[in-house]
Design a protein around this ligand. Structure first.
Ligand SMILES: [Zn+2]
Length: 340
């Protein structure tokens, strides 16, 4: 993923946190004895089940255990096979889009978009996505810049959170009528370190392919959420420029929900410039999609995390609290949608 315009709106704080962290409001009611007793009334239609951050962490670690998921490698193939089997075991209807793509340096890559559908007959649908490939180089690192990192956050964290969201939906009493689709995009992180020239975009090859070749004719969803780098310690999710341009209502919904259930430290009301990521092509395909991505334009250490495209992107930076903040928010967004 590539920063498009650095600091366009950096540091502009649009709104303070307007929402209380107290998800439930206290009321009192008369008892038969005439005494008042506290009762709790949910503000939302129903509270989502608890997201298990330990399980999400294990899903991240499992992907990393295959090795860097660089296209055309055995680790990439094995991890993709694992993801297909995992989605099937969680009850998904799975489709795999296998296709060849040409990288900016002319290398031919065999890529797979892995797509799981739950409640495929439901017309009320939500699309969740993350990329599962690893960047082949660590070009921001001063040491060994030509070899890949473990991609624990950049790639594996988003997939891990989505697997746990799905597992939770499938293993709890879920009467929701909403259907969920998950896409694990391939070839997101193989972009040209020198920057693209001309019209061709070397990043996001999987989502570019999917936008032109949807897995179902006329596929659509009410909205989409993309996760990218959602597991690092101290993660900050500013409101990203393309998401605000194409899907402001989705951003509002996700950030409001996160703040209502207590995650205002992560989902900050700060705007940043546009970032080229898979959600650009999901939006172009007609599905209003917000990107939850670790990017803080106000950080003195730099806008992306210090691990970004460096060898420090390994399991040591993954924080279960960050996985929890994102996963619990997503579950609540889904539950709120189901109640509409
Ligand atoms: Zn990346």
């Amino acid at each position: 993923m590539k920063n498009k315009i650095l600091g366009l709106l950096g540091g502009l704080v649009l709104a303070a946190n307007l929402y209380s962290c107290d998800f439930r409001k206290k009321e009192t009611t008369e008892t038969t004895e005439g005494q008042t007793a506290p009762v709790t009334t949910p503000v939302a239609a129903s509270n989502a089940p608890a997201f298990n951050q330990d399980s999400a962490y294990q899903y991240v670690a499992k992907q990393v255990s295959f090795g860097s998921r660089v296209p055309n490698t055995a680790a990439h193939r094995a991890c993709g096979d694992f993801l297909i089997q995992k989605l099937k075991s969680l009850g998904a209807q799975v489709q795999v889009q296998e296709f060849a793509a040409t990288a900016y340096d002319g290398k031919k890559m065999q890529l797979r978009n892995i797509i799981g559908s739950f409640k495929p007959d439901a017309t009320n649908r939500i699309l969740l996505a993350a990329h599962w490939d690893t960047r082949p180089i660590s070009d921001k690192d001063e040491v060994n810049p030509n070899t890949p990192s473990d991609g624990a956050n950049d790639g594996a964290s988003g997939v891990g959170v989505l697997l746990e969201v799905i597992r939770t939906l499938q293993t709890t009493q879920n009467n929701a009528t909403v259907g969920v689709d998950v896409i694990f995009f391939d070839g997101e992180d193989n972009g040209n370190p020198e920057g693209d020239t001309g019209e061709e975009v070397s990043w996001c090859l999987g989502s570019q392919y999917w936008a032109k070749n949807k897995h179902q004719a006329n596929y659509t969803a009410n909205f989409g959420v993309l996760l990218d780098m959602v597991g690092a310690h101290g993660g900050k999710f500013a409101q990203e420029g393309y998401s605000m341009q194409y899907a402001p209502q989705v951003v509002t919904n996700v950030w409001k929900t996160a703040n209502q259930i207590g995650y205002s430290d992560y989902f900050i009301y700060t705007q940043n410039g546009p970032i080229t990521d898979d959600h650009v092509y999901m939006n172009q395909a007609g599905i209003p999609t917000a990107d939850i991505i670790d990017y803080d334009p106000t950080s003195p250490d730099g806008t992306f995390g210090k691990y970004h495209h460096r060898h420090t992107d390994n399991m040591s930076i993954i924080d279960k609290n960050t996985l929890k903040a994102v996963g619990q928010t997503l579950l609540q967004v889904i539950y709120n949608q189901a109640a509409v």
